[in-house]
Design a protein around this ligand. Structure first.
Ligand SMILES: Cc1ncc(COP(=O)(O)O)c(C=O)c1O
Length: 462
């Protein structure tokens, strides 16, 4: 293959062109790596179809975002009718549009338990996170404490790819190395790990106390007077879905209150039902000051995200005389009416079809069935999750918990077998990340578990 631009008269094949003209995100770029993407052409319910016509159950939910399933006609109709009525109008000074106003109202109603009173729109989760940092810093300036600017984040966290997000991420340095230097003002601390805790064999509550102690020490060392916010995911997704006990988030809230630090909940994955409660933090009985939502907010039907602030934070902007009251953040597509139409329709479905409860119920069943596989297959070291977000962690040795190395073919062979037998999984090194649409049923779970069982039975480790 070469990268010569073709004319419209040439026969054109997406398979041949797939690697030519797109710098692919989160990917190695060399063709030699054999990283040929599956080209997906259609979605229906919880199923996707590839270019060769293969039908697969989507255990990835697009990318944790297709929460209401594919092909939902009421979302498509809402988008089409918005496009016909008004495809675009900015919500920068001087104009607004009805649909973004409606969606902001709806979100505040859904998040009334958290006293959310204002919504700031973006297009991607990374926008929601970046804006949460800006709004948190601005809040402290508005209330006359400009020296509070730092952000504390947790080891293993994934908050996106904008510079602030990257600086707050707690994943391996490979995520940052090519883009350094990072902006200053970000501090990362240890967090809860249910599988390989900081100290082997430590009891769950003792581990919580240890993590909280490390956090308090870090805050003390940094000086709480310099810290604007602490950001955390209610359930770390990319970080491996270690499920802390409820005491952990309660303690995070206490530490924030004690030190006058805003608590930002990264709900990009957990927002609107995925972890079995409307918001992940609600599942821990904790009210954050700021919540960042993306992904499922539009069911994946349009790029849309939102930073939600509670009344305490929002009220700081009531002082319109302040030098800091101008919100100098926003995008061409903040409050895009077509994306917001998708949001209104998707959230209606989540509420009307009880998808939050379904995620909790079917997720519990899924977890139990996957744990059953551990009794039959030594290579499964751990299965953990909450609601419809789960991970299967594969190990070479259960005793030592030694994970399969980066280049070991076993995890990708399992994923390939599943694909060929109708189950679409997301593999990240030695883990499968499972995040299907929230419309999943027990029958879907049974089909997936049956294929996984076969895959582990038939695939040699070497
Ligand atoms: C917890 C979390 N926060 C933020 C993001 C960034 O969202 P986006 O990729 O839409 O920018 C992600 C993406 O996966 C995420 O999982």
């Amino acid at each position: 293959m070469n990268s010569t631009v073709r004319t419209a008269t040439d026969s054109w094949s997406p398979k041949e062109q797939a690697l030519l003209h797109t710098l692919r995100p989160m990917s190695a770029q060399d063709e030699a790596s054999g990283d040929m993407p599956s080209i997906i052409t259609r979605g229906e319910g919880v199923h996707i179809f590839d270019i060769d016509g293969r039908r697969m159950i989507d255990c990835v939910g697009g990318l944790w975002c297709v929460n209401v399933g594919y092909g939902r006609s009421e979302i498509i109709d809402a988008i089409m009718s918005q496009l016909r009525e008004l495809a675009y109008i900015s919500i920068f000074p001087g104009s607004s549009n009805v649909t973004s106003i409606r969606l902001a109202d709806k979100i505040c109603e859904i998040a009334s338990d958290e006293a959310i009173s204002k919504v700031f729109f973006g297009s991607n989760g990374s926008d929601a996170i970046e804006n949460s940092f800006k709004l948190a810093r601005q809040y402290w300036k508005l209330v006359g404490r400009s020296e509070k600017y730092k952000v504390v984040s947790l080891r293993g966290a994934y908050h996106g790819t904008h510079f602030g997000c990257m600086a707050a991420n707690g994943l391996a340095s490979a995520f940052r190395r090519s883009y350094e230097p990072m902006p200053p003002g970000f501090v990362n601390v240890e967090t809860f790990d249910s599988y390989r805790p900081l100290i082997d064999g430590i009891d769950v509550e003792a581990q919580v106390e240890l993590c909280i102690k490390l956090l308090e020490r870090t805050i003390e060392y940094q000086d709480p007077e310099t810290i604007a916010a602490l950001i955390a995911e209610p359930v770390q997704g990319g970080g491996g879905m270690h499920i802390p006990p409820p005491s952990y988030w309660r303690r995070l809230r206490e530490v924030c209150d004690h030190n006058d630090i805003l608590l930002i909940s990264d709900e990009v994955v957990t927002g609107f039902g995925r972890s079995g409660t409307m918001f992940g933090a609600r599942g821990w009985n904790v009210k954050p000051d700021i919540m960042c939502c993306g992904k499922g907010i539009s069911g994946g039907y349009a790029p849309l995200s939102a930073t939600l602030v509670n009344a305490r934070v929002a009220d700081a902007w009531n002082d319109t005389a302040s030098d800091h009251s101008f919100v100098a953040a926003g995008y061409t597509h903040s409050g895009n009416p077509v994306a917001c139409a998708a949001g209104v329709a998707a959230l209606d479905i989540v509420l009307r079809e009880g998808l939050v409860e379904n995620a909790r119920e079917v997720g519990g069943y899924f977890l139990q069935r996957l744990r059953g596989l551990m009794d039959r297959h030594e290579a499964i070291g751990d299965v953990r999750g909450k609601g419809l977000m789960m991970t299967i962690e594969m190990v070479e040795d259960r005793k030592t918990k030694a994970a399969f190395g980066h280049d070991h073919p076993f995890p990708s062979s399992i994923a390939k077998f599943c694909r060929e037998n109708g189950v679409w999984l997301r593999q990240v090194d030695h883990k499968f990340i499972i995040s299907p649409p929230l419309t999943f049923t027990r029958q879907h779970v049974d089909q997936v578990v049956e294929v996984l069982d076969l895959a582990y039975s038939k695939t040699p480790i070497r």
